[in-house]
Design a protein around this ligand. Structure first.
Ligand SMILES: Cc1cc2nc3c(=O)[nH]c(=O)nc-3n(C[C@H](O)[C@H](O)[C@H](O)COP(=O)(O)O)c2cc1C
Length: 656
């Protein structure tokens, strides 16, 4: 004992003094009864992964007397994001690392390790002397049956069992206090579902639908319809699980009655009442859609088979990863005009989908080229690729394509970072704060937008007012044009029942339409008469004023121009646009292209003059930039399967 602290070697010799100091800061929150009950308690942690492992540290720190740790697995790199391990533990048995951690916290804790995990053979001995069981056994067969046996034996011995389920940001703990009702799963489970490995049926018998947070339903649906993949799990969900379980253990140790289901949605905790209400209202819809998808999937749905891991070489997985990156690219009206023609496992040709054209806004195929450029830059952001440009003919002709991508190599660490950056980029149509970004940030953006030959990002922050006025003039002319208006309305899906809602174009949320505006759009979409009247009357002024207001509410602006009007030059223009956009996103800056002024023949020359770009220049985009006052709503994307043409018998199997 030195300086009032306890040296590890002295601990056993002077246990009472150690315990007094160890528990000193629990005093006042835990009373003497609680602390003593914990010290006398032996807890079986059945499964020491994200769920079970989460309780090891809080229970040890609270001063639990004894832990029995059972798990057959060792740590993998993918466990580092949430489990008890550090990098040096990779490959080591989970029970060993967990025991080491518990003992490092409390040298007096009594520990037993079972590296075989819970089995039919060791079940009885593992339960010996145990006061509470934390069941974190994997629910996939064959351990599903062991899970049932654990409950059956615990129920016979009248030992309470906690069972943890972590979905999204919501840890849920089910409590079976078998001292009060000694029937496994309180009679709700069908033994044969467990024995015969019917995981979904078995889970249904105890995991209530309400344990599933609204934001996890899309994950479930993606697993139902897409490639099997491991379920996502995050650190704060695991940490909260440990917090909930450790408190329940104290109550059970004192034989206090406990609620049968205890949960907390960490994602919802910081939300304002309005956002929370929105999630609440979203929940029944998400649940219904997911139940329908599950019913349609029938028996073919494999809940959790692991996906193929990237192996460092360009492979099926590598190509798929690059295609996933392309899918995140932006495009005018969010048409996603790409047709991805797979040539082999390293090569893909990026063509255009004629069904996703914009004849009114884009009669000469500029936007097709820019969209393809954005797709190519997305691919180049995540992998080392070579781009061989396509033919220089008319981009709207059959057979034209934007070029061929050859994947040379993928650095998976860089991939993980850049796919995250691509996903974080968005079009933010909210007002931005008026104070401009720092000079350094603007210089970085300018460099990024001027990276490709013939392209230049021209700073126009000092001309925002004039740009806003030009934008008003152009937008008023555009919205008075019946063909422009009809085309735009075709790509706005205000109605959730619209089959393209969530797949392409705009939603009310991405356009930040207030309910009356969404209702007006609905009416315009339905009634040609209303469209004619609106285009002649109030609509051009109203929408153009909104565009002008938006542009004024910006911290900075750039014109992106190029001296190369060939399709190849325009594809490069699209690449430059995405490069600038990503640089902005990396600097925490929001961005929105507002292209009325440079697209409209009414204002095009005035815009080119204002930017000092020359009237012959190709005007790619006017982008407003700044610190956003509100986040952007996520925009829709087509399933990858709809973008890809695979050769017959292809090994790529992109699927939906
Ligand atoms: C070349 C180009 C021009 C665009 N022009 C506009 C525009 O004038 N106004 C606008 O609000 N968004 C514009 N966008 C943004 C797209 O609508 C947006 O990228 C698409 O809806 C996908 O949404 P996301 O960027 O949030 O992923 C443009 C995008 C591109 C690639």
């Amino acid at each position: 004992m030195r300086d009032g602290t306890v040296a590890p070697e002295d601990v056993a010799a002077d246990a009472p003094r150690f315990l007094k100091e160890f528990q000193a800061r629990n005093d006042g929150i835990l009373d003497v009864r609680e602390q003593s009950a914990l010290m006398a308690l032996r807890v079986l942690i059945a499964g020491c992964g994200s769920v079970g492992g989460s309780a090891v540290e809080p229970l040890s720190r609270l001063g639990v007397g004894s832990l029995v740790l059972a798990d057959p697995d060792g740590y993998e790199i993918s466990n580092l994001n949430r489990q008890l391990c550090v990098y040096a533990d990779i490959g080591r048995p989970k029970v060993e690392v967990a025991a080491e951690r518990a003992r490092a916290i409390n040298p007096l804790i009594e520990l037993a390790q079972e590296p075989a995990g819970v089995t039919e053979d060791n079940l009885v001995s593992l339960l010996d002397g145990v006061g509470v069981v934390f069941d974190a056994i994997d629910s996939a067969p064959p351990s599903l049956w062991i899970k049932y046996l654990l409950h059956r034996h615990a129920a016979r011995l009248r030992i309470p069992v906690l069972l943890g389920v972590d979905l999204g940001g919501k840890p849920t703990v089910y409590v079976w206090d078998y001292r009060r009702n000694p029937c496994p799963f309180y009679g709700k489970a069908n033994e044969s579902d467990f024995r015969e490995g019917r995981e979904v049926e078995a889970l249904r018998s105890y995991v209530g639908l309400t344990a599933i947070p609204a934001d996890f339903f899309p994950v479930i649906r993606s697993r139902i319809s897409g490639e099997p993949a491991p379920w996502p799990q995050v650190a704060y969900c695991a940490t909260s699980m440990g917090a909930i379980v450790s408190r329940i253990v104290i109550d059970l140790a004192l034989s206090e009655p406990v609620r049968p289901v205890v949960s907390m949605d960490v994602h919802q905790l910081p939300q304002t009442p309005r956002r929370r209400l929105r999630s609440l209202l979203r929940w029944p819809i998400e649940a219904a859609v997911t139940l329908r998808a599950a019913a349609n999937a029938g028996d073919g749905f494999d809940a959790g088979a692991p996906a193929g891991a990237p192996d460092g070489s360009v492979s099926r997985v590598g190509l798929r990863s690059v295609l996933d990156a392309i899918r995140l690219a932006p495009s005018g009206h969010n048409t996603q005009p790409w047709r991805l023609n797979i040539i082999d496992e390293r090569t893909v040709r990026v063509g255009r989908d004629p069904h996703r054209a914009l004849p009114a806004v884009d009669p000469d195929g500029r936007y097709v080229c820019y969209g393809i450029g954005c797709a190519i830059e997305s691919a180049a952001t995540v992998a080392d690729i070579e781009w061989e440009p396509g033919p220089n003919g008319n981009p709207l002709d059959d057979g034209w394509h934007g070029g061929t991508l050859r994947i040379n190599d993928i650095d998976w660490l860089a991939y993980a970072r850049s796919i995250g950056q691509l996903g974080a980029r968005s079009t933010n149509r909210a007002p931005y704060y008026l104070h401009p970004p720092s000079r350094e940030a603007l210089a970085t953006l300018r460099r990024a937008g001027s990276r490709f030959e013939a392209c230049e990002a021209i700073p126009l922050t000092h001309r925002l007012q004039e740009l806003a006025d030009l934008t008003y003039e152009a937008a008023a002319a555009n919205f008075a044009d019946q063909a422009f208006l009809e085309e735009l309305l075709d790509w706005i899906h205000v109605d959730r029942r619209d089959s393209a809602h969530g797949e392409d174009g705009f939603t009310a949320a991405t356009l930040r339409l207030a309910p009356p505006a969404a209702a007006a759009i609905r009416l315009l979409k339905r009634s040609p008469h209303a469209r004619r009247l609106a285009a002649k009357g109030w609509l051009p002024h109203l929408f153009a004023s909104d565009a002008r207001r938006t542009l004024r509410a910006s911290g900075a602006a750039f014109a992106l121009c190029s001296n190369d009007k060939t399709p190849r030059g325009r594809v490069l223009g699209g690449r430059a646009l995405l490069a600038l956009w990503l640089a902005a996103a990396n600097a925490g800056l929001a961005l929105q292209p507002v292209n009325f002024a440079l697209d409209s023949p009414v204002t095009r020359d005035a815009f080119a003059d204002l930017a000092g770009a020359g009237r012959e220049a190709d005007l790619v985009a006017l982008v407003r930039i700044g610190y956003a006052t509100a986040p952007a709503a996520p925009s829709a994307r087509l399933p990858l399967g709809q973008l890809v043409d695979e050769p017959a018998g292809s090994a790529v199997e992109v699927g939906a």
